[in-house]
Design a protein around this ligand. Sequence first.
Ligand code: RIB
Ligand code: CA
Length: 329
Amino acid sequence: MTNLSNQSTPLIIDTDGGVDDALALIMALNSPQIDLKAITVLAGNIDVDRAAKNVLRVISIVEPDKIPTVAKGCEKPLVNPPFNAAGIHGTDGLGELYRFQQADGSPRYPQLTLEPADENAIDILLKAAQNYGENLTIVALGPLTNIATALQQDAETMKKIGRIIIMGGAVKVPGNISAAAEFNFFVDPHAAQVVMESGIPLTLVGLDVAMKAPLPRAVVEENLQKHPSKITQFIADCTEIYMAFYRDNEGFYGCYLHDPLALAVAIDPSLVKTELLYMVVETEGRFTKGLSLADLRDRRDESENPPNIDVCLDVDTQKFLQLFEQLVA
Ligand code: RIB
Ligand code: CA
């Protein structure tokens, strides 16, 4: 994998518009190492329309010099019925932002003026694959429905891209949305398996490393005190309910930085230790739908099961959190 730490590379972020997606987008928009060509959106944490609005909200807060194209894609998984995480990310996908007001009583987060592009996300993905080829990295922060649909539409073009860095799956640790599955793979296991079979160079940033990337509530509040800004205020506001979920359900008042870690790997691959493994995603299991099964056997037959994905199994947490702070505080 190309080390991006000293060069900017064409990047597309594919996102389902939740709270940790927003934190990853702030990092990307603030990172000189990233040339963000487009942001493609799909249903996952929340429906695709709200997810697009949330991406535009982040752009309106960061106010980057260059506004990336924001394009809507798939409204539902390839096969399974839609499944969202509104109970964790809020009904708006960003922690019920409408609750917050300015000192004068006006909404802190007023109606957006930015709009998504007319062009569909799948067309944007295929055009970028054609234009940038192996220089293009896609960072997938939600279910893989958009990417799988682009592969089904034109696999030859999609296979030109350099790498997909996927936030998803869990190899040596339990799932989060079920005992077996991580949320993105649970929502659309069929899409995940299409991507596993694609032959495109893949990196998996799963729960094995995401759960080693905690962001305590105290750090968010300290950042807001020390570096008051629209960004640190937004982070404090949009993570409030999300962090309360973790406090009440996992005894940790904070959240895990799943999507920011996936984005960070695109900036600095040296943050993680990976192992090239053969992986499949269960699509039919009554109890195991969305399970990311890696072949960890010592005597695995690689001719039978050729390795298809670089799986992140460890992370330099401190180095990652320093990069995160650098790009969001
Ligand atoms: O399991 C965590 C992942 O599912 C994150 O990408 C989160 O935003 C949700 O999409
Ligand atoms: Ca996400």
